[in-house]
Unconditional design. Structure first.
Length: 280
């Protein structure tokens, strides 16, 4: 790329930076979406300009246009991998792990023994490396998606459990005393006071687990899977030096993870509209 090309690229970056700054500081209601969109497009522009202008080999870092072309040409393969990894392993493991965590948190709330005994053990299990757990799950549940869902359950269970337990403690003593003056029982207090008070903590756990679930499923596929799946495709294509296909899988995973996180955030905003964190 000639010197004037690099100067134009830097100028475009500076203009985009100023635009993002102005959007972030403006009171426009859609600025929260426009600013990251402009920033993301700018990053893609710079990526394309640098890789093309500097002649970076595609085997090291393909430009976004090549990745987009690979996505368009390999859509059936990408969809099959997405269905295997996300629609089966991630969603099923996420639902099972988070649901079991909430149910366990309710049991812990009723039992001092579980509160003192299970949580420390849970912290220890949560620290287990996924590269050690994934091969064991493959041996137990086979090479198909159930073993990946089992890894996802392990990944999301304890973060969700800790957030739910802490959320159930968030109701103030005065509020609990007020419920007792109304002759409310345990489950009435739980449904009317403590679960709503715990909702911000629980949604925080759900958002954290949404990213952990996708990471866990993809990494688990490195240790044994049928000839389909995001993790399988990434590990296979890296060996073939097809970096454009690897980046295509990464792009699909990033979009799926972002959409999943965004959907949970929208539900959180609708459910916990009363919480100070949701006020504008």
């Amino acid at each position: 790329m000639p010197p004037w090309g690099w100067a134009a690229t830097l100028g475009a970056w500076a203009c985009a930076w100023a635009l993002v700054e102005s959007l972030a500081r403006s009171g426009w209601r859609h600025a929260g979406l426009a600013a990251p969109a402009v920033f993301g497009l700018t990053v893609l522009f710079l990526w394309e300009a640098v890789t093309r202008g500097a002649g970076v080999p595609a085997v090291l870092l393909p430009p976004p246009s090549m990745i987009a072309e690979r996505i368009a040409d390999s859509w059936p393969i990408l969809w099959a991998d997405f269905s295997q990894t996300f629609l089966k392993a991630v969603l099923i493991g996420y639902a099972l792990g988070c649901g079991a965590a909430v149910a366990t948190a309710l049991l812990i709330d009723r039992s001092e023994f579980l509160q003192r005994g299970l949580l420390p053990v849970g912290n220890m299990v949560a620290a287990l490396p996924i590269v050690g757990v994934a091969p064991i799950m493959v041996m137990w549940f086979g090479f198909d998606w159930p073993s990946k869902a089992a890894v996802v359950v392990i990944m999301v269970f304890f973060p969700m459990l800790v957030n739910t337990v802490e959320g159930l403690k968030s109701a103030e003593r005065m509020q609990r005393d007020l419920m007792r003056t109304y002759a409310a029982g345990y489950w009435q207090t739980m449904g009317k006071l403590r679960l709503p008070a715990a909702a911000p903590f629980m949604f925080n756990g759900l958002k954290i687990c949404s990213t952990l679930a996708l990471i866990g499923a993809i990494v688990a596929e490195f240790f044994g899977t049928p000839t389909v799946g995001m993790g399988f495709r990434i590990s296979t294509e890296v060996g073939r030096m097809n970096l454009d296909m690897v980046w295509a899988e990464i792009a699909v995973a990033a979009l799926a993870g972002s959409a999943f996180y965004g959907a949970i955030a929208l539900i959180e905003r609708a459910v916990t509209f009363w919480h100070p964190s949701q006020r504008r």
